[in-house]
Design a protein around this ligand. Structure first.
Ligand code: BGP
Length: 462
């Protein structure tokens, strides 16, 4: 047992995002974001047509929820500030009701001995700013920086861990390539521009934060998906390397090292997709890197060399350079359709140790979404989610191994505390340590994994 004892001051907690758990999307002056808009015009995009307006009620029930977090052993909790709640049209006037809400949440967290980790952008572009081009537009970069500065000035006295983005590649690829987020375009040029602007926005926000000397740290949260080649054949290895440059190093390198991977730049040049870059941008990115790295890990990426020639007339996709490999016998979470590969978390931490200066980091999301969990209700009305406990334990063993080998990993946040609304799957797959009963006014009930988490956080032992 002693083999899996975690450091005393390890950050135990969970992660969330505003759109997914606050609800009250039309209340107290909140402006519309792209999710509110998309649901209005295309509700069929969302599982069972459940939209983002009334998600999990954290806005109304934050006190009750924070008390429960305390009860379940949290010493830290990550949430995001809703840009369109704080600044309803994305730029301009600040909404005093939003300031009051986030002040109350932060104060309540500290009262319960839980440190707030605050993320600024979690997929929720204010609608008016999307109309101006969203991340494609340089104007939106300016608006984001103003929003970030407003947050630092309003809340910087109580927040000592800030994050500029959660998984910035996800909105960019889903808005501009794969059609999962509004406006669901398929345009690689815009995708590259939007990606570049989100990196630039992050660097400018980091500069603004450091200038203020508020005594905290600022980082970014990235979804890292280690790329494993099907075989050691040079063509498979090369394919995995390119996939890694597109999907991991594209954001990891500029965020931590201030540079872009040359493999990626070469491809963008060759294919004619370099973004518009202004004088000073590259220096700015170089000089303003993160203090802290959040790592979201759910699944690996298995890759092989292309089997067929691509259609040169089709819109450009990164998949022109590799194919996905459907590895026989892989362990799956069938509900989400994601492979479960626990050692991936260790491989990421070792990569960060060896190739990214062993920067201070933590696991900022890890979790398992399962459908129809009421199947597992016991007589006392508790969901016995042993599969989730096993999922976490197996990942944590690899985190522990990484610590033994010198990784600078400081904590583990689960996704998520209470069941929440998923971007496309709405309430289909549940991730919480605590269940939410949508038929009973979002009644909260701790799952077996919640009690397991409490023991883990209190003893530091698995
Ligand atoms: C991460 C996001 C979260 C959350 C999670 C689970 O990528 O940061 O916002 O949604 O994935 O994914 P999903 O909700 O799509 O099942």
């Amino acid at each position: 047992m002693k083999d899996y004892l975690f450091p005393k001051d390890f950050w135990w907690g969970s992660a969330s995002s505003a759109t997914q758990m606050e609800g009250a999307a039309n209340k107290d002056g909140k402006g519309k974001n792209i999710w509110d808009h998309w649901y209005e015009i295309e509700p069929n995009r969302f599982f069972k047509k459940i939209g983002p307006s009334e998600t999990s009620q954290f806005y109304a029930r934050y006190k009750e929820d924070i008390a429960l977090m305390k009860e379940l052993g949290h010493n830290s909790f990550r949430f995001s500030i809703s840009w369109s709640r704080l600044i309803p049209t994305g730029e301009g006037e600040v909404n005093p009701k939003a300031v009051q809400f986030y002040n109350q949440v932060m104060d309540e967290l500290w009262n319960q001995g839980i440190e707030p980790f605050v993320n600024l952008y979690h997929f929720d572009m204010p609608f008016e700013l999307q109309e101006k081009g969203g991340w494609e537009s340089r104007e939106v970069v300016k608006a984001y920086v103003k929003y970030a500065e407003t947050c630092f000035d309003l809340f910087g006295d109580r927040v000592k861990k800030w994050f500029t983005h959660n998984e910035p590649i996800v909105p960019v690829e889903n808005q501009y390539l794969y059609g999962h987020h509004y406006p669901a375009l398929c345009n690689f040029q815009k995708c590259v521009q939007a990606g570049f602007h989100s990196i630039l926005a992050s660097a400018i926000a980091i500069r603004a934060y450091h200038k203020r000397n508020l005594g905290g740290k600022i980082g970014i949260i990235l979804n890292l998906t280690p790329s494993y080649p099907r075989s050691q054949h040079p063509a498979d290895v090369e394919a995995a390397k390119i996939a890694d440059a597109f999907f991991n190093r594209s954001f990891l390198d500029p965020s931590v090292k201030g540079t872009f991977p040359s493999e990626l730049v070469d491809i963008l040049k060759k294919e004619g997709f370099m973004p518009h870059i202004e004088d000073g941008d590259i220096t700015l990115i170089k000089e303003n890197t993160v203090d802290l790295l959040g790592i979201n890990y759910y699944q690996p990426r298995r890759v092989k060399a292309k089997e067929n020639l691509f259609n040169p007339n089709a819109p450009f996709m990164p998949e022109r350079y590799f194919d996905y490999h459907d590895m026989p016998g892989k362990k799956m979470n069938p509900y989400r359709g994601w492979e479960i590969y626990e050692k991936g978390i260790y491989d990421i931490l070792m990569n960060v140790k060896e190739n990214y200066g062993n920067i201070e980091c933590f696991i900022s999301e890890n979790g398992m979404g399962v459908e129809n969990e009421t199947r597992f209700l016991n007589e006392e009305g508790m969901i016995e989610d042993d599969y989730r406990i096993e999922f976490y334990e197996e990942h944590l063993k690899w985190v522990h191994q990484a610590i033994k080998e010198g990784s600078n990993v400081k904590g583990f946040h689960v996704w998520t505390f209470i069941d929440n609304w998923s971007w496309l799957n709405a309430y289909k797959n549940r991730y919480g340590l605590v269940s939410v009963d949508l038929d009973k006014d979002c009644k909260r009930t701790v799952k077996k994994s919640g009690y397991w988490f409490k023991k883990l956080a209190v003893t530091g032992l698995i």
